[in-house]
Design a protein around this ligand. Structure first.
Ligand code: MLT
Length: 259
């Protein structure tokens, strides 16, 4: 697909409405396991590794949100899915916002979790550059610990060491090249309000109440752009809300999908 291979996981009857899940940086499709298991009875659920992550190769093309969106459409073509609910958390959210802008006819609803429509500020771009240098020159363990310190709530760090460790293992197994390519793509990404302002479609906005990377204020601003959006804050969760509080995340998702 799109000239190369993307690793994906699929569950649920092919005749059911499809939901595709795009993961956060610097993780892989397995972060959606709790949602795949819960929703596969009533939906055809698909999670995949973004190029350069998990088992998907980086390929030759340079990465951008537009490229990642085109990959997602290529995966839908490959799976013969004409239209789907697109869900994305953080970087996954940037991808589905771009997919809605570039391929509006392929998207029936949006689930935007712990993400934002704004482009990076000059300071944000500088931080991406520093992260790339760190990734290339320092040890990956230090990078993984630093990322997780900011991404997870204090409660998760204290009470769920198994999850913290699992996420750390995932980051340690990620490709440095893939992560650097994604940092550049995120640094260069454009503002994406048009995804919500133009031709609004049902949109669920979720955010961990303790998210400091894409905080609740960013979610509020994003939700205010669409007349068809609903915003909920997830208790006891930071930036990775679907794994930190899967029960609450899934409840909001279930009642949105029911409608
Ligand atoms: C992510 O979780 O995908 C990233 O933290 C997003 C970002 O750095 O903007």
């Amino acid at each position: 697909m799109n000239g190369f291979f993307l690793n994906y996981f699929e569950k649920g009857e092919r005749s059911l409405p499809a939901i595709l899940f795009s993961h956060a940086f610097p993780l892989n499709h397995k972060m959606w396991t709790g949602q795949i298991e819960r929703f596969s009875k009533h939906f055809r659920v698909v999670s995949y590794d973004i190029r350069g992550f998990g088992a998907s190769p980086l390929g030759e093309t340079s990465c951008s949100m537009e490229q990642y969106a085109s990959d997602l459409i290529a995966l839908m073509d490959f799976l013969k899915i004409e239209k789907a609910v697109l869900a994305g958390l953080s970087m996954g959210g940037y991808i589905v916002l771009n997919t809605k802008i570039l391929y509006p006819k392929r998207v029936s609803a949006l689930i935007l979790s712990d993400t934002r429509v704004e482009a990076d500020s000059p300071e944000g771009k500088q931080k991406r550059e520093e992260a790339i240098v760190k990734l290339k020159t320092k040890n990956l363990t230090e990078f993984a610990d630093g990322f997780l310190k900011g991404a997870l709530s204090e409660k998760t760090h204290k009470e769920n060491p198994v999850l913290v460790n699992e996420l750390k293992e995932t980051i340690l197994s990620s490709s440095i090249e893939g992560m650097c390519a994604a940092l550049t793509a995120m640094k260069n990404r454009k503002e994406a309000s048009d995804a919500l302002r133009h031709d609004p479609i049902p949109t669920l906005v979720l955010v961990g109440e303790k998210d400091t990377i894409t905080p609740p204020e960013a979610a509020e601003k994003m939700a205010s752009l669409s007349s068809k959006s609903h915003l909920y804050k997830i208790k006891n969760a930071g930036h990775l809300s679907n794994v930190e509080n899967p029960n609450e995340f899934n409840e909001y998702l279930a009642s949105f999908l029911k409608k």
